[in-house]
Ligand binder design. Structure first.
Ligand SMILES: Nc1ncnc2c1ncn2[C@@H]1O[C@H](COP(=O)(O)OP(=O)(O)O)[C@@H](O)[C@H]1O
Ligand SMILES: CSC[C@H]1O[C@H](OP(=O)(O)O)[C@H](O)[C@@H]1O
Length: 401
């Protein structure tokens, strides 16, 4: 990438002028850098006169949140664009349109989704999204079924796996989610008031074995093309629309990781409710809504996944009696285990979530952290014996009662 340099606002505007069919000729464009994520520059470029806008996202060759001394591959933009292309073909209404990809500058240009809300923010304001479970169930079922060996020619799938080898970003997950939280690593960041709970996690050998088995799956199970980072900051939402962004962590991995990430983020918000409302009924009602969404999400996913399997499976053994049931049962177990691991790392690991960290009252924040740790540990320990999504709801209810 010899021509690579990080764009200035003025260069971003100039680049945006060249994108066809978005802005009228001679538009006076404005630019704002809105990148509040951990890794990239994001410019919002708009023409106030026509009301049109686009997003220009550029990767930096290092971890934005850690500084220039910690390098990070620019190849992640290729991965993100290619994943968005595949996801866009399979779920056109659930992904942003991509207008341009410029490998030399490690940038992409896409549809502006500012008319949607970032889902984490929406949940923190107790928003309800009646179509979310169906939409995300469809996204998960379609993107994962059609990229798996169930639906693809096995030779083509292997080439796909090769083009989504994403070692540096996978390494972030392998270390920060599936290793450090179980050790006295300096990558763990947590408040002193939960040290006793964290030390119990560090000492829990039964838990460590379960996480080791899940880590093995993440390292070795090339089951489907995953989004790889499907948390609620990467979902844009409004009552009638859901859009999934930012698949730069995409790789071929175990399907349960993506489903588990969505569920974990709903349960992290669930854990933080004491911090967001002083009204007990309001908290209970919203928790009820969140658990209903977890249940409906899995139900929708399972329904749609089975329908796709029955209508489109290409693998010559896919119709083997009992295979589909066993496959779905194992998927649920993986989902539950990964959901638990993602919850723990977002409480005492390196990267946290605003649903809990932004609670101002220290006692309410501590309560939220303890609830999330309790649910996370219980989900991980249940992963290999679980038979129903209802077990997740029971674990979550027990933690707040
Ligand atoms: N298509 C989009 N429309 C509107 N805002 C966006 C869009 N893509 C990203 N953003 C905003 O830019 C910020 C960072 O985006 P993201 O892709 O998550 O970057 P990172 O990969 O660094 O986390 C977030 O606030 C996100 O909401
Ligand atoms: C050290 S980066 C860790 C963290 O950052 C990613 O978040 P995002 O790109 O959405 O800001 C991802 O969740 C990783 O776990």
């Amino acid at each position: 990438m010899t021509n690579y340099h990080a764009l200035t606002q003025a260069e971003a505007v100039e680049y945006a002028h060249g994108i066809e069919d978005v802005f009228p000729d001679g538009a006076q464009l404005k630019s704002r850098e809105i990148g509040d994520g951990n890794l990239n520059l994001v410019f919002h470029i708009s023409d106030p006169a026509s009301g049109r806008a686009l997003i220009l996202k550029q990767a930096l060759p290092y971890f934005k949140m850690l500084g220039e001394s910690v390098p990070l591959t620019l190849d992640r933009v290729r991965i993100e664009c290619e994943a968005l292309r595949i996801q866009g073909e399979l779920c056109p209404n659930l992904t942003p349109k991509v207008y341009a990809y410029e490998p030399d500058l490690a940038l992409m240009v896409m549809e502006d989704l500012s008319d949607h809300t970032v889902m984490r923010r929406g949940l923190m304001e107790r928003g309800c999204y009646p179509l979310f479970a169906e939409h995300i169930g469809s996204f998960l079922a379609r993107t994962m079924f059609f990229t798996s060996d169930l639906a693809m020619d096995q030779q083509e799938k292997k080439l796909r796996v090769k083009s989504f080898i994403n070692p540096e970003l996978c390494n972030i997950t392998e270390d920060l989610i599936l290793y450090a939280p179980y050790t006295k690593s300096r990558m763990n960041i947590f408040e002193p008031h939960i040290r006793d709970a964290v030390e119990r996690i560090w000492a829990d050998k039964e838990l460590h074995l379960e996480v080791t088995l899940m880590r093995e799956k993440f390292l070795t199970k090339a089951q489907a093309l995953l989004h790889g980072d499907l948390h609620t900051d990467n979902i844009f939402i409004k009552p009638d629309s859901t859009k999934v962004i930012d698949p730069e962590f995409a790789y071929y991995g175990p399907m349960g990781f993506d489903i588990g990430t969505v569920i974990a983020n709903l349960l992290l918000n669930y854990s933080g409710q004491e911090g967001w409302s002083t009204d007990a009924k309001e908290r209970t009602d919203y928790r009820h809504y969140l658990l209903g969404t977890v249940h409906e999400l899995w139900t929708q996913f399972e329904l749609q996944f089975r329908e796709l399997w029955n209508g489109h499976a290409a693998d010559r053994l896919a119709k083997t009696r009992g295979y589909q049931d066993l496959y779905v049962a194992r998927l649920l177990q993986d989902t539950i285990g990964f959901a638990g691991a993602i919850m723990l790392c977002r409480v005492h690991g390196f990267i946290h979530v605003a649903d809990i960290d932004h609670i101002e009252d220290a006692a309410a924040r501590e309560q939220a952290q303890r609830i999330a740790l309790e649910i996370g540990v219980a989900l991980i320990k249940r992963n290999r014996s679980a038979h129903s999504i209802k077990e997740v709801l029971d674990i979550a209810l027990k933690a707040v009662n």
